[in-house]
Design a protein around this ligand. Structure first.
Ligand SMILES: NC(=O)c1ccc[n+]([C@@H]2O[C@H](COP(=O)([O-])OP(=O)(O)OC[C@H]3O[C@@H](n4cnc5c(N)ncnc54)[C@H](OP(=O)(O)O)[C@@H]3O)[C@@H](O)[C@H]2O)c1
Length: 355
């Protein structure tokens, strides 16, 4: 680690690209001296993206042996992959499907004595302690050097449970069921589009899909045992994920009570809009490069209560925004353990109350 506060992002995909951009734009307010990033493949198609990130102030690193490939594209790497990791204060891994775990084995463990902290994203179950901002901050200790920022839908389910079923750290959830209605691919991706609704299977014998399982483990860091189950379905749209929820409580509630609770939680944006494209479009105009950082957008007209204790409704998932918020909060906590909250005010404008 060098003297300055250096944040290194591995991966420039749906999560990595906006994260690098946001870190660069808010660098001064966040108290960061340098942002570096790792680009895996030298692709002509990605040249404008890399140039854009470099122009915003980030330094490019590439694998040893690939420098010439990037130079041939007119890009000038500043560090090798390992050099960039070695000199970082915090490393944020934004690669998919187990690559973060491989990087942990290969690089991160090797440099953990000199680096403050490592983060990986949704698909890296087992990387470290699970984290979602505002949900389990109390469970994170100075010993937690490896953090697994949970997936976007896990953030969303977690904030629903916290807002509607928890009071003074007491769990009032008897049973929670969730249907994650997913967009087929991100607007930044061309692969994996589906031509029609595609239903998922239930791989976890007790909890269905990984969404409920992840939220179970997230709350377990607070010693809270949840009774939750989820299913998933992909729709042929590129807009936002949507979640149908059903929470059965051991206390009384009402539609008015639910709406008040949503309104009172700053991590929740509320909306009267029922179409995902309207919410997405609002984000384009009022978010950071189109992204709002709330954990959920709760659709107020969909809230329904039966038997005075069972809530139904829909919400939309700000799919990369909530992971970005947790990633930056945890990064600041690694950089400034005692005063990190003071550095986060600059993100306030992207936490909207109403969409
Ligand atoms: N997409 C979302 O909305 C979303 C939301 C929350 C969390 N997440 C989580 O974020 C993580 C990343 O997802 P994503 O959607 O951003 O993925 P993505 O768009 O597919 O991007 C993946 C990035 O990883 C790089 N990469 C691939 N293999 C690599 C390797 N072996 N070594 C180093 N870098 C490698 C790719 O580089 P090249 O293109 O240069 O090869 C690319 O920049 C996942 O854990 C996912 O669960 C995603």
């Amino acid at each position: 680690m060098s003297d300055g506060k250096i944040v290194h992002v591995v991966g420039t995909g749906t999560i990595g690209e906006p994260l690098i951009g946001l870190l660069c734009d808010a660098k001064k307010d966040l108290g960061i001296d340098e942002v570096t990033f790792y680009k895996h493949t030298a692709k002509e198609l990605d040249r404008p993206k890399i140039k854009g990130l470099v122009n915003r102030g980030a330094d490019l690193s590439v694998a040893e042996g690939k420098t010439q490939d990037f130079q041939e594209l007119g890009l000038e790497p500043v560090y090798t992959a390992e050099e960039a990791i070695k000199r970082a204060s915090v490393v944020i891994d934004c690669t998919p499907g187990g690559t973060g775990l491989m990087n942990k084995e290969k690089y991160y463990n090797k440099y953990k004595n000199r680096i403050s902290g490592f983060l990986a994203q949704g698909s890296e179950f087992g990387f470290g302690k699970m984290y979602a901002v505002g949900i389990n901050d109390a469970a994170i200790t100075p010993e937690d050097q490896f953090i697994h920022v949970v997936s976007c839908n896990t953030h969303n389910i977690a904030v629903l449970i916290q807002t509607l079923a928890m009071k003074n750290n007491k769990n009032h959830l008897k049973e929670g069921k969730f249907l994650c209605i997913r967009r087929s691919n991100d607007i930044s991706q061309v692969k994996s589009f589906v031509p029609s609704p595609e239903v998922g299977t239930h791989k976890d014998p007790m909890m269905g899909t990984h969404h409920a399982k992840d939220v179970y483990h997230l709350f377990k860091t607070l010693d809270i045992d949840l009774n939750v189950f989820s299913s998933a379905l992909k729709l042929n749209t590129q807009y936002m994920h949507c979640i149908w929820y059903n929470l059965k409580l051991d206390t009384k509630t009402s539609v008015e009570d639910v709406i008040n609770k949503f309104n009172e939680n700053p991590k929740v944006a509320v909306t009267n809009k029922q179409a995902a494209n309207l919410v997405f479009s609002f984000g384009r105009d009022h978010g950071h490069y189109g992204r709002i950082l709330n954990q959920t957008v709760a659709v107020l007209p969909s809230v329904h209560v039966i038997n005075d204790n069972e809530i139904f409704g829909f919400c939309f998932t700000p799919q990369d925004g909530n992971s970005l918020m947790s990633s930056i909060t945890m990064t600041e906590r690694f950089l400034y353990p005692d005063t990190y909250e003071d550095y986060l005010h600059c993100l306030g404008p992207f936490l909207l109350q109403e969409v």
